[in-house]
Design a binder for this molecule. Sequence first.
Ligand code: SIN
Ligand code: FE2
Length: 205
Amino acid sequence: MNRSISIVPGFDLWPGLLDLRVQADLIETVRAAFEAAPPARYETAYGKAMSVAMTSFGPLGWTSDKAGYRYADRHPGTGRSWPDMPQALLDLWAELGDPDTPPDSALVNLYRDDARMGLHQDRDEADPRFPVLSISLGDTAIFRIGGTARKDPTRSLRLSSGDVCRLSGPARLAFHGVDRILPGSSSLVPGGGRVNITLRRAKAA
Ligand code: SIN
Ligand code: FE2
């Protein structure tokens, strides 16, 4: 396992952890998931469509509409269960997430050219003792991370294809977001752009 870099306490980065072969296999799995469970641009609670399109793997998927954010056991468009969690993601979580409790959701974010994600906390999960594990694929992102209060200072860093990072402990509820992606910095994603997969434990163990 590559060495990790601690960016701020609780926020660790494994640069280039996934080699090109693993990245390509994951993107193929994501492409199949996009057919079974098409990525959607959800509305925020404020009624504005997000620029990032999302789908999920696993028993639970994250969705949003005017009623608010939540985890649901079905894709809101197709009414079907989400695609199964790929074994490669279960294995990565067992190593870097939690050895005893499997993830019950993997949120897949698709960023095309001008998509971005505003600063937010991941707080729809029942138990913040479980980390959030993030995998970057395709175009490089300018990622921003701050503290647990919105007004805390932030810093930005680049997340490249194959990088894995983890929000845990004191950074589990840190504000974070994606300022922008660098279009054309990778050719991994069919049609271009960036895919981010976040592994989570949504329900209490
Ligand atoms: C997220 O916060 O859900 C996504 C972060 C990322 O795309 O790197
Ligand atoms: Fe997040």
